[in-house]
Design a binder for this molecule. Structure first.
Ligand SMILES: NC(=O)c1ccc[n+]([C@@H]2O[C@H](COP(=O)([O-])OP(=O)(O)OC[C@H]3O[C@@H](n4cnc5c(N)ncnc54)[C@H](OP(=O)(O)O)[C@@H]3O)[C@@H](O)[C@H]2O)c1
Ligand SMILES: *[C@@H]1O[C@H](CO)[C@@H](O)[C@H](O)[C@H]1NC(C)=O
Ligand SMILES: *[C@@H]1O[C@H](CO)[C@@H](O)[C@H](O)[C@H]1NC(C)=O
Ligand SMILES: *[C@@H]1O[C@H](CO)[C@@H](O)[C@H](O)[C@H]1NC(C)=O
Length: 388
């Protein structure tokens, strides 16, 4: 290490300390996981600078990173809640339900769109939340219900406007090979996960443009990464992700900020009740051409049950990372465009983008371990196949 003029060293130290202090103050004002991770990174970076360079350049670099961090953290600051109005679709259960309660507790005026206004989820929201929360009958595939919900919202918010729309409603369907999934499931997934979100968004955008508010779409890791057995679900989420990316740019002129959330696996009702699964299964078998059914074999087709169990095993039951990220997307001065809550979700995305296809495919199959068995025809010795 070089010796340096003592005045310069003192000056550097003073600037570093001042900037470091500013960053810490800013950090206090902007809670959330994003901030903390970044500060840890900056700390490491600063340490590395000090160790690897001369003291002088180390301090200069450290000061610079503090300064950039300060600018970044200013954008992370959360805006005041101020009873801002937020519309959430699919609040019967899962993320939407938990988010409605969470935002209500924080003081937002929540419009909780539900698929069934007489269901237990809607009932529970009415019972446990504040007077501000309003439960709305809102099947996102029903244009009339969207119009009615719009009228109710306009009437209730009056001049205060609507601050944010969270497109959360979604269905998963039955995990199976793309060849086996009936057309009706593909269409249903598109109807809810994509067209539903588009229609709700189009209906409420005039309000969001007025308030310069926020649009938040709950897409999925499956919308980005080709997850096996989810052809219908993931294709609809991929459409949503692409639409979001385009709208983000088009809406920037109106100062409406758009974020996409791509959660990893979390335990919710998305895997469906047993009666729903039975219905889907019957639907799948009824629509299957007998030859195809023969070639795949019943054992293989019905393995979706084990796949769903394996989803649950790999899922996290603490959904708070999702709620914190959505809150950040709604409230931060500069929300991120993409949030990836869930253990390993971001790493998995990076792995997908940066590894060669062959390697990704290998690990995708290995990790998810979905090929619990193989189609009947493929499991027979080769000579038998030829005889058939
Ligand atoms: N859980 C995960 O691991 C995970 C991972 C990535 C992405 N996501 C996404 O996160 C979002 C929320 O899912 P979740 O896990 O919380 O599942 P969930 O518990 O099933 O919640 C989805 C909600 O949407 C409702 N819904 C279904 N069809 C609808 C329609 N046509 N109109 C309005 N609402 C409708 C459901 O109502 P019912 O309860 O009455 O069916 C349910 O309340 C979905 O978009 C999902 O794709 C979830
Ligand atoms: C799933 O739905 C049932 C009732 O339909 C509800 O009691 C339960 O809390 C829901 N689970 C989640 C995780 O939302
Ligand atoms: C809920 O119940 C009311 C009163 O019984 C009924 O008018 C309404 O259609 C029901 N809503 C749904 C979605 O079934
Ligand atoms: C959400 O999806 C809708 C419809 O697909 C799109 O208009 C909007 O820009 C998307 N917004 C976000 C935040 O992804």
């Amino acid at each position: 290490m070089s010796t340096l003029p003592s005045e310069t060293a003192w000056l550097c130290l003073a600037v570093t300390a001042a900037l470091g202090g500013l960053v810490l103050c800013q950090l206090k004002k902007s809670p959330g996981q994003v901030g903390r991770k970044v500060v840890c990174l900056a700390g490491l970076w600063g340490g590395a600078c000090l160790l690897s360079l001369s003291l002088f350049w180390g301090l200069i670099l450290f000061s610079l990173s503090c300064f950039l961090l300060y600018i970044y953290l200013s954008g992370q600051e959360l805006l005041p809640v101020d009873q801002k109005a937020v519309l959430i679709t699919g609040s019967d259960s899962g993320f939407g339900h938990a988010l409605s309660k969470y935002l209500d507790q924080l003081g937002f005026t929540v419009f909780a769109g539900v698929l069934d206004e007489n269901g237990s989820g809607a009932e529970q929201l009415r019972r446990t939340c504040s007077e501000r929360l309003c439960v709305l009958q809102l099947d996102v595939t029903n244009p009339q219900q969207i119009k009615d919900a719009y009228s109710t919202v306009v009437q209730k918010v009056q001049n205060r406007g609507l601050w944010a729309v969270v497109n959360n409603a979604g269905i998963l369907g039955l995990p199976a090979d793309g060849e086996l999934i009936p057309m009706s499931h593909y269409k249903q997934c598109m109807a809810v996960n994509f067209f539903g979100a588009v229609e709700v968004t189009k209906a409420f955008l005039p309000l969001l443009r007025k308030s310069k508010g926020r649009l938040v779409n709950i897409s999925s890791m499956g919308g980005e990464i080709p997850l096996l057995k989810l052809a219908s679900y993931s294709s609809s989420k991929a459409a949503l992700t692409m639409f979001s990316a385009i709208m983000r740019q088009e809406l920037s002129k109106w100062e409406v900020k758009v974020s996409t959330i791509q959660p990893g696996g979390f335990k919710t009702n998305i895997t469906g009740t047993s009666e729903m699964l039975e219905k889907l299964e019957k639907d799948l078998l009824d629509h299957l051409n007998p030859d195809v059914q023969e070639e795949y074999g019943q054992d293989y087709i019905l393995a979706y049950r084990r796949i769903l169990t394996s989803f649950s095993v790999h899922s996290s039951s603490d959904i708070s990372p999702v709620l914190l990220d959505i809150r950040h997307a709604i409230s931060a001065k500069s929300p991120l465009t993409l949030y990836t809550p869930g253990p390993g979700t971001y790493l998995w995305l990076c792995f997908f983008y940066f590894s060669p296809t062959g390697i990704f495919d290998y690990f995708n199959k290995k990790f998810l371990n979905f090929d619990v068995n193989i189609p009947r025809t493929l499991s027979m010795p080769k000579w038998k196949n030829e005889v058939m």
